[in-house]
Design a protein around this ligand. Structure first.
Ligand code: HEM
Length: 518
């Protein structure tokens, strides 16, 4: 005979087993449906387990950490240009299909919720699922990044470039140059966004900066993706900021305390009818005709976080990759120096970005640097909500025709596309010449093969700023600093893509250490 308490606990255990059993049965039936011919993606090639469940993606991204992109690259070698990488998503390794996937001209493209779940900045344009809401949020920010607006900002970038070079030349001990570049790019975007720069270049050394903190806050990206409810924990960060490791604390303080504070300041200036000589992005956003909900402090803080994060590490990593390869291959550095000396008389007073960008070899070095720094290395997918996407290509000399049905995600990854050996032979090598023709002029047709800034309606908003920074900064570095700089214990492993947390990561993330000969 059982006591009443024992009967109650048996009853509870029985209910739990039943619930788990029903859940498992449901998962099994769903997996069977996913691989059955009834599923709209059933005609796509790929591993059966990936078609049935998210387990392979979970294993490679969460357990092995950020390795699914590499696995996807291997799937393309086995299955062809389009593969099914999870029950609801297809991945493409044919740049000819990119314009259909990313689309411009009013063709609607949502972002998949599974992808957006990975970001804690869900209310920024960048983290917005719906095409129309994204358009509404992007356009008031976009006007700040037109070529005309960046031309107005250029004197500030020129000043920061010279400040960076002056400071680099005073370094007497080995240091990690990625930190220096991160200080430069953060100062450039923060001044423009909030009217007041973070001032990282002003400080004594290179710390603090956003490089390691960005890596620290991106750590949970895959956990968030699979367990979106854990994102709630991110907002608790500010309560524990004094007890967190210093990297994470800096980012939490910036995202949850400093940025909301800056936005409140901008708002109180507007309320007090203060008009600035030079408008900044958030002043303009708060004055724009965005609806009241989109001007809520949390929404704008997410937008500020996205602009600050997107505008910092991508550009500074591209500079770091170019620095490494130019120091490693002095012949390339000589060739670039010769070209630059032809147009620059005094490296402390550079020509405009619009002059520099027409120099073929400088432009080729920047393209190659962008190719091997990737921007966003992980896949970024889109959902065509109103039309099927028809793919026509070739695989193993046989024609391939596949239809991605509307409502399903299809994406590409720079870390896969930029290593397509058909387009970029010896793709791991840094070869600026691949961007030049026989006459040493830029092969513009090659630009179509790049995904660094993504494409279409949700492509990089800050591309003009990034290119302005890269042209000016690389020119000044080559003429003023690199002749005095040497690598210090840095190897190819320290720049080579190894895994991703949305942005590319190297094996041990040691940075790029250099010394300056005085
Ligand atoms: C070398 C430099 C850069 C590279 C390679 C790069 C690359 C990218 C890529 C690939 C995306 C698309 C991400 C996706 O599809 O989910 C993106 C989006 C974005 N980038 Fe950049 N970026 C760079 C610099 C910048 C800078 C300097 C800013 C300045 C604010 C910026 C702001 C943004 C924003 C706001 C978005 C989101 C756009 C949207 O969703 O509408 N980026 N960037």
């Amino acid at each position: 005979m059982f006591t009443q308490a024992e009967e109650r606990s048996f009853g509870l255990a029985h209910s739990v087993f039943l619930l788990v059993g029903v859940w498992l049965l449901y998962q099994l039936l769903k997996a069977l449906y996913n691989v059955s011919p009834l599923h709209p993606l059933s005609h796509f090639p790929g591993p059966k387990l990936a078609a049935a469940t998210y387990l392979p993606e979970f294993y490679y991204d969460v357990v092995k950490f950020g390795c699914y992109t590499k696995e996807i690259g291997a799937m393309h070698e086995k299955y062809g240009p389009l593969v099914r990488i999870n029950p609801n998503e297809v991945h493409c390794n044919d740049i000819a299909f990119a314009d259909a996937i990313y689309a411009v001209g009013g063709r609607k493209r949502d972002k998949p919720i599974h992808q957006v779940n990975g970001t804690a900045l869900g209310q920024a344009g960048f983290g917005t699922v719906d095409h129309d809401v994204h358009r509404m949020r992007r356009s008031p920010v976009a006007k700040f990044f037109s070529r005309a607006m960046i031309a107005q900002l250029e004197p500030d970038v020129q000043r920061l470039v010279q400040k960076l070079c002056d400071k680099l030349l005073t370094q007497s001990k080995p240091f990690d140059v990625t930190m220096a570049y991160s200080c430069f790019t953060s100062d450039a975007i923060s001044g423009y966004a909030f009217g007041e720069s973070f001032g990282f270049l002003e400080q004594e050394g290179w710390y603090p900066n956003f490089r390691e903190p960005t890596a620290a806050v991106l750590q949970p990206v895959f956990i968030f993706r699979f367990f979106p409810w854990t994102k709630a924990s991110a907002s608790l960060g500010k309560l524990f900021v004094d007890y967190l490791p210093k990297d994470i604390a800096l980012m939490i303080r910036t995202l949850q305390i400093d940025l909301p504070g800056r936005i409140r300041n901008v708002k109180s200036n507007i309320d007090a009818d203060v008009h600035l000589d030079r408008p900044n992005i958030f002043d303009s956003l708060l004055r724009s005709d965005l609806n009241a909900l989109d001007k809520e402090p949390q929404r704008l803080t997410d937008e500020a976080g996205a602009v600050a994060a997107a505008g910092t590490e991508t550009t500074s990593w591209a500079l770091a990759v170019m620095t490494y390869h130019l120091l490693k291959q002095p012949l390339l550095l000589d060739k670039l120096t010769q070209e630059l000396e032809g147009v620059v008389d005094d490296a402390t007073k550079l020509p405009d970005w619009t002059v520099l960008e027409h120099l073929p070899y400088l432009s080729a070095v920047i393209q190659e640097g962008l190719r091997l720094s990737y921007g966003v290395s992980a896949r970024t997918a889109r959902i065509a909500t109103e039309e099927n996407l028809i793919y026509r290509g070739e695989w193993n000399k046989k024609p391939v025709e596949l239809v991605v049905p509307k409502g399903y995600a299809v994406g590409m990854s720079a870390a896969v596309t930029h290593h397509n050996e058909g387009t970029f032979p010896h793709s791991n090598e840094f070869v600026p010449e691949r961007w030049l023709d026989d006459q040493n002029q830029r092969r513009k047709d090659m630009d179509r093969s790049m995904l660094a800034f993504s494409k279409g309606s949700r492509s990089c908003l800050g591309m003009n700023l990034a290119l302005c920074e890269l042209n000016l900064c690389l020119t000044a570095l080559v003429l003023r600093v690199l002749p005095h700089m040497s690598l210090y214990g840095t190897t190819y492993e320290d720049v080579a893509y190894h895994h991703d947390m949305f942005i590319p990561m190297t094996k041990d993330n040691r940075g790029i250490h250099v010394t300056i000969q005085q």
